[in-house]
Design a protein around this ligand. Sequence first.
Ligand code: MIC
Ligand code: SF4
Length: 646
Amino acid sequence: MANLTHKIIRDHLVSGRMIPGEEIAIKIDQTLTQDATGTMVYLQLEALGIDRVKTELSVSYVDHNTLQVGFENADDHRFLRTAAAKYGVYFSGPGNGICHQVHLERFAVPGKTLLGSDSHTPTSGGIGMLAIGAGGLDVALAMAGEPFYMTMPKVLGIKLIGNLRPWVSAKDIILEVLRRLTVRGGLGKVLEYFGEGIKHLSVPERATIANMGTETGATASIFPSDEITWEFLRWQGRERDWRRLEADPSAEYDEVMEIDLGELEPLIACPHSPDNVKPVREVAGLKVDQVIIGSCTNSSLKDLLTVAAVLRGRKVHPDVSLVIAPGSRQVLLELARSGALADLISAGARILEPACGPCIGMGQAPPSGGVSLRTFNRNFEGRSGTPDAQVYLASPETAAATAVTGVITDPRDLGEPVRISLPRSISKDELIIPPPEKGEGVEVIKGPNIKPVPLADPMPESLETIVLLKVGDNISTDHILPAGAKILPLRSNIPAISEHVFERIDPTFPSRAKKLPKGVFGAVVGGHNYGQGSSREHAALAPMYLGLRLVIARSFARIHRANLINFGILPLSFVDELDYGRIDQGDRLRIENLPDQLRSGGEVVVENVTKGIKMALRHDLSEREIDILLAGGKLNYVKNKASQGR
Ligand code: MIC
Ligand code: SF4
């Protein structure tokens, strides 16, 4: 009796056995890229010599980097538009909206697989897709027709029962999941929702839940495709894409968790982690400087109509800056048509264009030491652009109530719940550009900030490294390579962006790395969940450019581990947890006969030359991953394979 995840994996299985923990490869039907990770994807397609994508559908979105503070962003947009035409990819330009929201509206199909170069790609799981986030190079290879390799996940069945009480919404469900699972509890799992409670959740609400499942470390999150899914697709004029899809009645799950929706109350994630969840009433009364409603988690039409209904006839508190970024042009258009936009504007909201915007630190940084309440999915320290800001994550209902009172407010204090009605059908904007029949003759235009993808050398027989940095648990890719208005424009230029590696932890990292003696590489030591958060492969590529070839951590986040391997950096973990205390910054580490050691088992002997001790460290690399690492990364590996085949 199969669960839904197994059904879709079985339909797409190319190789491997469906046993949790084993490596499998699946066929990818659709891909998405966004601009901040996408420029590398198209440069990689070029490096691989690919002419045209082989997927059923590939879309290139521009949503992260739309500030255009200099020529760099605009050059990237032009490069992406021309590359999309050349390679056969749909192009959604700046202003159309956030990739995940637009994909859900326009392209997501139940039962298909989607691989996206953004960690929140699982948003389309809200419609019954197996949608997975990955590093750009893996997406480029999927576009080239290669299967996607991953570890067969466990399936955690999340049974929803009962019905939400007034003022409690989808965000509170996923915050409850995060409270229970933490930012590590979903690692190696797909979160599959079932139970009669889902019958009360519309597709955008399911998408909110699937979106933020990423924060548990999960590979994906998925909902069945039912009448509610049909209704959403009909609304979008895409009912032909619908098919019924659900787990068998007595399907088995590796683990099951039950949530009684009727028992939930408004929840809030406190600084600085999405799993630091408390009931809103416990932090109610705290004065806020800013409220922002938007991001791929909570910027649907339903979310914003609800906010508008709360604000109708009310005013934003004078001490609060209320910022609203609609998820898509479709959402903004419908807000305008319904008159809700006027309610938002006259209440005092500041309206941004549909894009990621403040979620990725592109503007709207809070004041020094300020308190900001956002409907987003991540509140890592410094991500807002203000190092000492306190960022809270909550539902649009809690955000709207807080914007009015000026202090964190449980929306139930507003009294009678608001009622909203969605339009019967939705307007099509027709602004997504389909690719031409043929890509020949299309000129791909690159600006001066767009530099080739650097390649690593093959791994040496014996790896000699110096530990450049030692860090603790839950280091995110925002720590390794921050985003924001200053650094994001450098995503197409690895030499330039590498100057910002570990900037928030130790700004001397790049200069120290550059002083490594010849033939000696860099190493980093970390705690649990190293590399959580974003899918940005730049967090592997830029450190590799600076000479990093080894990361030793207690455990790794899924996408970052894959990115390290893709760019020739060896991920090892501790066998004896106490060994973490036996390596310090500045220590010299040596691994003799690396290829033989990797191939002969799951352990590698590392000598800490400085301390005069040896320790056994673990690797969980497949044969294929070992070959990739030894080749100096996946681009080298694929090119070597192609030339051997010739
Ligand atoms: C994020 O939310 O951190 C991002 C920006 O969307 C990233 C992608 C990136 O770094 O470009 C993600 O989640 O993968
Ligand atoms: Fe964009 Fe934020 Fe969503 Fe990342 S989490 S895709 S930055 S809206």
